[in-house]
Design a protein around this ligand. Sequence first.
Ligand code: MV4
Length: 447
Amino acid sequence: MFKKVLIANRGEVAVRIIRACRELGIPTVAVYSEADANSLHVSLATEAYCIGPNESAKSYLNIPAIISAALISGADAIHPGYGFMSERADFAEICAKHNIKFIGPSPESMQLMGDKATARKTMMSKNVPITPGTGIITDVEEAKKQAEKFGYPVIVKATAGGGGKGMRVANNAEELEQNITLCRQEAEKFFGNPDVYMEKFLVNPRHIEVQIIADKFGNVIHLGERDCSIQRRHQKLVEEAPSPAVSTDIRKKLGEAAVRAAKAANYEGVGTIEFLLDKDKNFYFMEMNTRLQVEHGITEMISNIDIVREQINIAAGNKLSVRQDDVKLYGHAIECRINAEDPDRNFLPAPGEINGYITPGGFGVRVDSHVYSGYKIPPYYDSLISKVMTWAPTREEARRRMYRALKEYVITGVKTTLPFYQELIEDEVFIGGNFDTGFMNTYKQNK
Ligand code: MV4
């Protein structure tokens, strides 16, 4: 096992990882920016190093400072969490050069999945369903012919993009030509790679993602799906597991496709295969997230498997502790991401000092957070305060428990999205479970 793990992250995920390390008996190293000196991850870790000023670019993305902290402290592994360095193949390579284990997949797997056109090709070769589409577009006239064949609308995507960045929908040939030009310019500017490709555009699908875990011995398991359809501008708001739209039969097919996808990438570690599900219950591979995800906790609740503990164990070279046949999914879990944002002002970030704080508790309730009464939310990073998760045997019980937990939760001093969720959880479309990625567009209009 590792002698010491450095957590190259902040906020609730840093706390989550420190907790897993503690339970494994591994000392931890926190790194922090000047703005985060009073953050909970700093006091929970065994030791802590300031790695730079407030801005992420000078601290949590500062590779020399992070590597120096690892070398000085004698950490033999780095956990990148999510965001920041978590999907940077170059960072994983630098870790390897310094004899530090990057807790995540190989740089090669990350690169393969980071290039969306290559990922699609790889999936196609392993019979993982993908949307009708093209490879990298080289000839605009040829692209127009292809689009006629698929039928409009189509979506132009940057191969280096992902998570909703660098994509544009076209409804006709004229828009397609414009969007290819615009998308190429944006892709060059944001990702340093102008290559774009095209897919048939699915209108208001569900966002379904499958959690997988793979060890270095070629064992790959899946832990079922999460439904992340309720999102706003590609920020997830509510996630649940299992999806109300997925039957036992589809779950098996999704899980098997996800395992094939992970094997195709020679994947090692924890990861998520993102699919879109259409009205006829056809699913299509979208992308793979080669990291631990924010919403992993709801999968832990229905599977009873500690995903971060497995992740650290696997990175240390151990075998998966469970086989697919041992995975028993039970009950239903829901997560609400509570942010320091003003829902009445278009979710405007609302940093500041929390001066009163009472968390919900009781059976089936989990709150993952790094905040406390007196904590100042800095304006430099994302505005996530906490993740409220509830579990119960059925969806309706988990939903009612969520309502109860959200009503118990007190956060004063800053505006939060708590009131927004208290309303959403009682929305009749949400109660019915019959929603898709268009949910927030219609929800807003009716409020
Ligand atoms: C799509 C799509 C419809 N058709 N691709 C956005 C995030 C990225 N992972 C993929 N995305 C989409 N790709 C085709 N061919 C619709 C989206 C999409 C979306 C996907 C999941 C969750 C929310 C979304 C919101 C808008 C668009």
